[in-house]
Design a protein around this ligand. Structure first.
Ligand code: ADP
Ligand code: MG
Length: 445
């Protein structure tokens, strides 16, 4: 939920509390809020549970919470009320009702991202034409939902905005909204806190077109997925258009519920691929032109040759050249561009991905990557996997849940266990410490 360390606390609780009791009392707890005064608010189903936990487990919860985050002062419980909806798997809302008001969506569409400014090449042509078809006839094509997937910085968000802009311009009576999954998630949590999940859901009924960016963010967020599933179905049944983007094809998104995956595949999934050389040059030219920058042709080609995977990076280079040129009022030379490029490549590598970690660990220990990602239980593999999990936890911002999912769908308690184990071992085992430092240096280089 909105409390980033809740998973960790739960995992720790699962280690100190008997499995049955854990399933009965702790699993159903709903993290609601972590207040400014460092009080963790948890939701429970009814007064009976509230009293029981207060009497029997409050101290345990507080002490486990303190181990995860020492700043926590206390834990309090509130009663949630079951929402009056036919689907029994659906969510709960907090009891006392606050004043309701009609909420409108704010316009989140950026008018810079249009079809006109979108440059096509082999890698994105198809995605652009179906996006345009959908924008021309929202809800009426076979492409519902339309899902655009592909790597970072390849124009997915741009296309979603382009659809929004097109509809705003050509069909003014249609109501379109673009929301990132992250916003969807936070707004939903906010609605739970303010006891107005119903209003939250109803807001979507005003819409004719819903554009949802980066749905991979919903991964592992069960309640938000349920809510989204419900909204999706309602809109779909009314032939309203839904367009989604994600960084992978839906069936590969770990932690996304099967029923959502299958819904997403009802319409059309298209990918965007990295641009080829020609497209990269065209994009650079267009961006330079827009910024009134005159960059010699050979330099444009040099940039396009060196930045191959990502359009956002190409843009970033142009912006830095622009900044330099306007500050120093000097010419844009090849040497300058080379400097800028080296710098940006270095910066790029400071972010580690779990894939990089798995790859480097597997090379170092000469173990196939797949066995790290699977549930292989051999002792040797288990050790390497623990090291990889430890590095992932220590050197990335991924949650325990995401890390677990990347290592054969293990749950967060397994990850915590691995991290603690390696931490303990490193203290007494200099060779292990050296191994880990070496692996980290390899990932970063
Ligand atoms: P993604 O959502 O796939 O990570 P974005 O849509 O945010 O990528 O694109 C990153 C940047 O690159 C944006 O500023 C966008 O305008 C630009 N961009 C991406 N694809 C194109 C394209 N085909 N033509 C022009 N600009 C593009
Ligand atoms: Mg994006």
């Amino acid at each position: 939920m909105s409390i980033p360390f809740w998973d960790e606390i739960l995992a720790l609780l699962s280690q100190v509390i008997d499995q049955n009791k854990f399933d009965t009392w702790f699993k159903p707890l709903v993290p609601i809020e972590y207040t400014d005064s460092h009080i963790l608010i948890l939701g429970v189903k009814n007064k009976f549970i509230l009293d029981y936990i207060n009497q029997n487990y409050k101290k345990t919860i507080i002490s486990c919470s303190k181990q995860i985050t020492s700043s926590i002062n206390s834990v309090e419980f509130i009663i949630l009320k079951e929402e009056n909806k036919p689907d029994p798997t659906r969510t709960y809302i907090i009891e006392d009702h606050k004043e309701k008001s009609v909420q409108k969506f704010k316009n989140t569409i950026n008018d810079q991202y249009t079809f006109d400014t979108f440059i096509t090449g082999a890698g994105n042509e198809f995605a652009k034409s179906v996006s345009l078809a959908v924008a021309e006839n929202p809800g009426k094509t076979k492409f519902n939902p339309l899902l655009i997937y592909g790597g970072v910085g390849l124009g997915k968000t741009h296309l979603l905005h382009a659809i929004g802009n097109y509809i705003n311009f050509h069909s003014k009576n249609r109501i379109v909204n673009l929301i990132s999954s992250e916003e969807f998630y936070f707004n939903f949590i906010e609605a739970i806190k303010n006891s107005n999940t119903k209003l939250f859901t109803e807001r979507f009924q005003q819409l004719d077109i819903l554009l949802v960016d980066d749905i991979q963010f919903l991964s592992g967020k069960e309640r938000t997925q349920e809510e989204f599933f419900y909204i999706f179905n309602t809109m779909y049944q009314q032939h309203k258009q839904i367009v989604l983007s994600s960084d992978q094809p839906p069936h590969q998104i770990k932690g996304l519920h099967d029923r959502l995956v299958s819904r997403f595949q009802w319409g059309l999934c298209v990918d965007v691929q990295p641009p080829d050389m020609e497209t990269r040059v065209a994009i650079l030219k267009k961006k330079a032109e827009r910024d009134n920058l005159s960059i010699p042709e050979d330099i444009l080609y040099y940039i396009a040759e060196n930045i191959t995977s990502n359009i956002r990076k190409l843009e970033g280079i142009i912006i830095r050249i622009l900044a330099f040129a306007s500050l120093t009022k000097s010419d844009i030379t090849m040497d300058l561009v080379k400097d800028i490029l080296t710098d940006s490549v270095k910066k790029d590598q400071s972010k580690l991905s779990i894939d990089d970690i798995i790859q480097t660990v597997s090379t170092y220990y000469k173990i196939p990557e797949d066995s790290l990602r699977e549930k292989n239980r051999s002792k040797e593999v288990a050790h390497c996997r623990q090291v990889a999990m430890y590095i992932a936890k220590s050197y990335t911002n991924y949650s325990l849940k995401t890390i677990g999912l990347n290592f054969g769908g293990r749950d967060h308690s397994t990850v915590i266990h691995a991290v603690q184990q390696v931490k303990r071992n490193v203290k007494n085992d200099k060779a292990l410490e050296k191994d880990i430092n070496y692996i980290i240096s390899q990932i970063k280089s």
